[in-house]
Design a protein around this ligand. Structure first.
Ligand SMILES: [Zn+2]
Length: 435
């Protein structure tokens, strides 16, 4: 085995083919030397990942040692905009362990903390704010997704994945263009953004929020490409080398194997067809250069990215983690240590969604088929059409009101426990199902 960037046989280290911080599904191979592993990490991936902290937190990804990812966002509190506030969840805003700091529109520092704590720090200058309607917002900058660090990270992942999947264990001349690009020796762009409606229609049927999908194919222009569909938001097409198959040029349809790497750590494959719908086309997919991104097209991507914020990926493992979190909180609630607002994580999306799912599961428990997997049961039990659950803000508000009413009637604890107990049955059953 040699380094796929320089053919060095010394100090080969394990490379995270898919940047560890953007996936639950690890994919590694020791075919990159220490120097080049550090090069891509220091020059592209660290910055790329840091820009995505907010979304990584929303997807439930964690740091390497399992901690919640902190992120920066803007918040509106009581009519004041506070920028660049460091948070880990809504709770860190409402019941902060430390002082929450940000800046106002004029760049002045703003501190938020419980009044007693703040009085000491500010020597009486603090004023109270109404926390009942706090909005956390995040501006989705195109630079985070298609800027220099992002597209170079994509090129690196595409090349390493290509070598991995095709058992390539050394650098060859045919990869000079992509390798030079990754090593910063050329500005010649090798990364495009797919803007094809048919493509996004197809991937929407096959993938789910948070999943990274990869496939390779030969296009009509005579080049071989890898496509990375990132979190079901944006698809990058990376030119790897000249296509070794000249005969493929006239083919109107080609089967493609899609490799899906999911947030919960699982890996699956799907075969799908790429079809040329119009004659005389030069490529299977419509693409643009990242530099030519327009506000209109970016608007479409923003709404795809926005789905991360209102969606929870449903797998038995993710739900298990959320249920554990919830039952810890419920113990405190039952012991009178926290109230209903804290129990609901100050309306944290994942907590409210988890209670929502648990109650639906319990309500439809007769429909649950224990001979089938959790994900096979979901469409029937929850009337869903995919493996994600998204609710409108209005639905969420109504549901929270229902929970608050149950709290007043002393029925909330039992309501949630019923769901948790049934979920535990489902989980045990799932672990015993034949694989
Ligand atoms: Zn090397």
């Amino acid at each position: 085995m040699k380094c796929i960037y320089c053919n060095s046989e010394d100090e080969l280290t394990s490379s995270d083919i898919i940047t560890y911080a953007i996936t639950g599904a690890k994919l590694t191979k020791s075919f990159v030397c220490k120097t080049h592993n550090a090069f891509t990490n220091d020059n592209y991936e660290k910055k790329f990942v840091a820009d995505l902290d907010f979304f990584r937190n929303q997807l439930g990804l964690t740091t390497r040692d399992g901690k919640t990812i902190q992120y920066r966002a803007d918040i509106s509190v009581d009519g004041t905009e506070i920028h660049n506030v460091k948070l880990s969840n809504r709770e860190s805003l409402y019941a902060p362990k430390d002082v929450v700091a940000g800046t106002d529109n004029d760049g002045n520092k703003i501190l938020m903390a419980p009044m007693e704590k703040l009085k000491k720090i500010s020597k009486g200058k603090a004023t109270s704010v109404n926390m009942s309607d706090v909005v956390v917002h995040k501006t989705v900058g195109s630079n985070d997704f298609i800027g220099f660090h992002a597209i170079h990270s994509m090129a690196k992942m595409a090349y390493e994945w290509y070598c991995y999947i095709n058992s390539i264990e050394e650098y060859k001349e045919e990869y000079q263009e992509i390798v030079d690009y990754i090593l910063g020796k050329t500005e010649q762009e090798v990364v495009d953004i797919i803007i094809d409606n048919y493509y996004y229609w197809a991937i929407d049927q096959l993938s789910e929020i948070g999943t990274n999908s990869f496939f390779q194919y030969d296009d009509l222009d005579g080049y071989r490409y890898v496509v990375i569909d990132f979190w079901k938001t944006i698809a990058y097409r990376i030119r790897i080398c000249k296509s070794p198959n000249d005969c493929l040029k006239k083919v109107r349809a080609l089967p493609v194997t899609l490799y899906l790497y999911h947030i919960d750590g699982s890996k699956t494959q799907q075969v799908f067809g790429v079809v040329l719908l119009e004659k005389n086309k030069q490529a299977y997919f419509k693409t643009i250069c990242p530099q030519n991104m327009t506000a209109d097209i970016w608007g479409i991507f923003t709404s795809r990215i926005g789905k991360i914020m209102s969606t929870m990926v449903l797998s038995i493992h993710i739900l298990k983690r959320e249920v554990k979190n919830l039952s810890d909180k419920l113990d405190k609630y039952n012991a009178g240590k926290i109230d209903v607002t804290a129990l609901l994580g100050f309306e944290e999306n994942n907590i409210v969604t988890t209670i929502d799912i648990l109650s639906q599961l319990y309500l439809n428990k007769d429909k649950y088929d224990m001979t089938k997997t959790f994900n096979q049961n979901l469409p029937i039990v929850l009337s869903l059409h995919s493996d994600t659950i998204g609710r409108t803000q209005e639905d969420k508000k109504k549901f929270i009101q229902l929970l608050v009413d149950k709290d007043k009637d002393n029925e909330l604890s039992e309501y949630i426990w019923n769901g948790i107990n049934f979920f535990d049955e489902i989980y045990k059953n799932e672990m015993n199902l034949p694989k």
